[in-house]
Design a protein around this ligand. Structure first.
Ligand code: GDG
Length: 472
């Protein structure tokens, strides 16, 4: 029987070690919830790292058994592999390069070697599981070499690859010493998906300039095979956010917060700690809003949630310091006894609380410097049952291609961002409703289930086409 094997760096479950036991928790984030619908169907499985260093063979066997009950297969990584492959090559070479932050990128041969070795480790794990009719769906920048490794071992297998982050211009890719190997790694897939046509165009241009392979209508001829490249903008589990926002818990939390905040207007921002998200620039823009429009002092507050992330990587630790310093400076300068300009949380919240923040906010500030898609923008839209609220969205988030009814801004233009906040706070209700309902229709229709279906259908079509061509 044919199955789908989802492969990603992390499993949709994280395992935490407490003093006396291991606890299994669902991971947050769009990928886990989105693909949750398919990996637990039939005999499908999800392969990835469970976020835990196992201590002995007995513990390893226990973890495997527990995960197997939920259709997951772990790939165990060592501390050295996490340091060199994950924090090193994935997050200190590929992530900054693909987000146009080359000044943060490092180029360590030992990190590259670890990246190759871990991709080979994933390859062995998948080969142990995969039957000849199975479909393998690989996710994201940590596993760029895996498609070609699998192709080499199983020339006929069906492989889809999806990149969740931007694919940058050729000028950025060419900086990488291992650029050809990385592109060749991706070309092992039958179908390569990106969030936007822009990323897809960059990829085709890099393949043409670095590997000399041309393409037509998104089809690349590698010499031995045809690889299809296409855009699949990822959606969210829309109804899950509608339900979370309508839940009793979310309504109760919202009422409590409103009371505590004495009904000030709330501008919301939610991100993982990351320099690509434009958090410091956003703070400066909020400060400018308070300078230019003193009428918002004591009337509007920024509710800023920063979810801890990658704090072992140097740039993330210094970004955290910069944010702490900026928040401290702005708050100490403008605060009054009864009003705090910025409510800043450096932690994550359960879904119902997150939903209560989406309910509470009149304005959502999603202003990354670069972002593959940005699901927070879509979640805010889904949570607004009364269709009031304004989304301010960076033109450099993938989501801006779809959500054109947001106030679209250039995140480096602090003045424009401050003006957009003011415009959002004074926007008439009819205009809010008109914009929000247009965005809701789109986010509801192109939800994560539609995204998965579209990708899988396209992959099946690609495979059929290849067979037809081969037998002609
Ligand atoms: C990568 C790409 C692309 C956040 N805080 C809490 C919480 N979250 C959840 C949000 C959302 C997810 O985390 C963040 O997703 P994003 O899309 O915004 O960003 P990345 O993590 O950078 O994701 C990105 C994505 O992959 C998918 O392809 O869109 O461009 O960088 O779902 O809700 N969840 C909970 N508590 C929190 O405090 N429960």
């Amino acid at each position: 029987m044919s199955r789908i094997l989802i492969v990603s760096n992390r499993l949709p479950t994280k395992i935490l070690r407490t003093e006396e036991s291991l606890t299994f928790q669902p991971s947050e984030g769009g990928l886990a919830t989105g693909l949750g619908s398919i990996y637990q169907q039939d005999d499908n499985v999800w392969v990835g790292w469970p976020g835990l260093y196992v201590e002995d063979a007995a513990e390893e066997a226990y973890v495997c058994e527990q995960l197997a009950q939920n259709s997951m297969v772990p790939v165990f990584l060592t501390e050295t592999e996490i340091r060199d492959f994950y924090e090193g090559f994935s997050n200190s070479t590929l992530w900054p390069t693909f987000h146009y932050f080359t000044q943060y990128a490092t180029y360590e041969q030992s990190h590259w070697e670890a990246y190759v070795a871990v991709n080979e480790k994933f390859c062995r794990a998948v080969l142990e599981l995969a039957g000849p009719d199975d479909t393998i769906w690989i996710h994201d920048y940590q596993l760029l070499l895996l498609p070609a490794l699998l192709r080499q071992a199983r020339p006929d297998c069906t492989i889809g690859f999806f990149l969740h982050i931007p694919f940058p211009s050729y000028e950025l890719i060419r900086v990488l010493p291992w650029r050809r190997e990385l592109l060749q790694g991706m070309l092992g897939a039958d179908l390569i998906g990106f969030h936007t046509f822009g990323y897809m165009r960059h990829f085709l241009s890099a393949v043409s300039q670095l590997l000399g392979m041309s393409s037509q209508n998104g089809q690349i001829e590698t010499g031995t095979r045809t690889v299809l490249v296409d855009a699949f903008p990822m959606g969210i589990d829309y109804e899950r956010f509608v339900a979370a926002a309508a839940s009793e818990a979310a309504i109760r939390h919202e009422a409590n917060y409103r009371e505590a905040l004495r009904d000030v207007r709330v501008i919301l921002s939610i991100d993982r700690l990351d320099y690509s998200k434009g958090i410091a620039q956003r703070l400066r823009a909020f400060e400018l809003l308070l300078q230019r429009y003193p009428e918002w002092r004591e009337q509007a507050s920024l509710l800023m949630i920063v979810v801890p992330s990658r704090d072992q990587v140097a740039q993330y630790a210094s970004l955290k310091e910069e944010i702490d310093e900026l928040v401290g400076r702005i708050n100490s300068r403008y605060r009054t006894i009864s009003w705090t300009p910025i409510h800043y949380f450096y932690r994550s919240f359960p879904l119902e609380e997150l939903a209560s923040f989406y309910r509470l906010a009149e304005v959502a500030l999603v202003t990354p410097m670069r972002d593959g898609m940005n699901l927070v923008a879509k979640e805010f839209v889904a949570s607004k049952a009364d269709q009031r609220g304004v989304l301010i969205l960076s033109e450099r988030a993938g989501a801006a291609r779809e959500l054109s009814d947001a106030l679209i801004i250039n995140p480096t233009d602090t003045g424009q961002l401050a003006e957009a906040m003011h415009d959002a706070l004074v926007m008439p209700e009819e205009e809010q409703i008109q914009r929000m309902s247009a965005m809701q229709a789109l986010v509801r229709q192109y939800n994560v289930f539609a995204w998965t279906q579209l990708f899988m259908d396209r992959l099946a079509y690609t495979k059929i086409k290849q067979h037809t061509l081969a037998t002609e």
